[in-house]
Design a protein around this ligand. Sequence first.
Ligand code: PLP
Length: 304
Amino acid sequence: MTADFSKGAAFSDGKFVPAGEAAISVLDWGFTRSDVTYDVVHVRDGAFFRLQDHLDRFERSLKGLRLSPPSSMAEIGEIAMRCVALSGLRDSYVAMICTRGRPRIFGSRRPQDCDNKLIVYAIPWIDVIPLDVQERGAHLHIASVPRIASASIDPTIKNYHWGDLTRGLFEAHDAGADTAVLLDAEGFVTEGPGFNVFIVKDGEVLTPDRGVLEGITRRSVLELCGMLGIPARIAPLTSDDLASADEMFCTTTAGGVMPVSRIGDHIMGNGRPGGVSLRLKSSYWKQHKAGWHQTPVDYSIKTT
Ligand code: PLP
């Protein structure tokens, strides 16, 4: 029987398998210690967006954690391409993951003794904030739980240390909000579960300068602001800035530019997405169609 890749394809232990069949050992330190890094790139209308930038960030994350996957960065790019081609997906969420793996010597506690493991998979498109919620503007809760300290877990290394973000999500849902934004222990705005945040204040676009993953979508928005002549800045932001924002939006690979209409008790734009946010959202997708940072998927490379 031929494998069914229509719900996604994965590369694991050197083989291409349907995404749902890819697995890691319960003894892998990626699982037992969250000793893992990853990156996510999207495919929209049959083309990768900023593939090389995602590979470059993944490489920096790997170096930061002293991880060495068994494939080169160029090979990882080809594997990602092949996963998408196998799945046939035109819109896809493509993850590359490297775990510490398991020690070669039974019982060793030395990370140096582990064989690092690479997993790549392509699954159907995901929106971190559902489309109907994006349409009305997401309601964000300002979480009481602080973001994990950057000095302990470097947020610029993409990671699965999501304990604080998950607590923030529970708080948000208990409060009737869609998702959360977390402050650091000093009260500065950081990010949310799976996205960077921006505010618009007096025509200027601002995004936090600390405690965040340097999102590729965040970078794209800053570049788009330059192209559109919208003033934009990376700056320290506090909850007072959120409470006085004219507009707010979130950014992520799995969703793009996602407008926010409420932050805590503060309702913006009569509870609808703001004009600058909508302009950036539309420009983001228009630029995709115009070929900006696109790498077309070669769907002919289907061999496993
Ligand atoms: N911040 C966190 C914690 C994330 O997990 C993500 C994406 O998953 C982002 C920000 C957005 O980054 P990017 O735009 O590169 O997807």
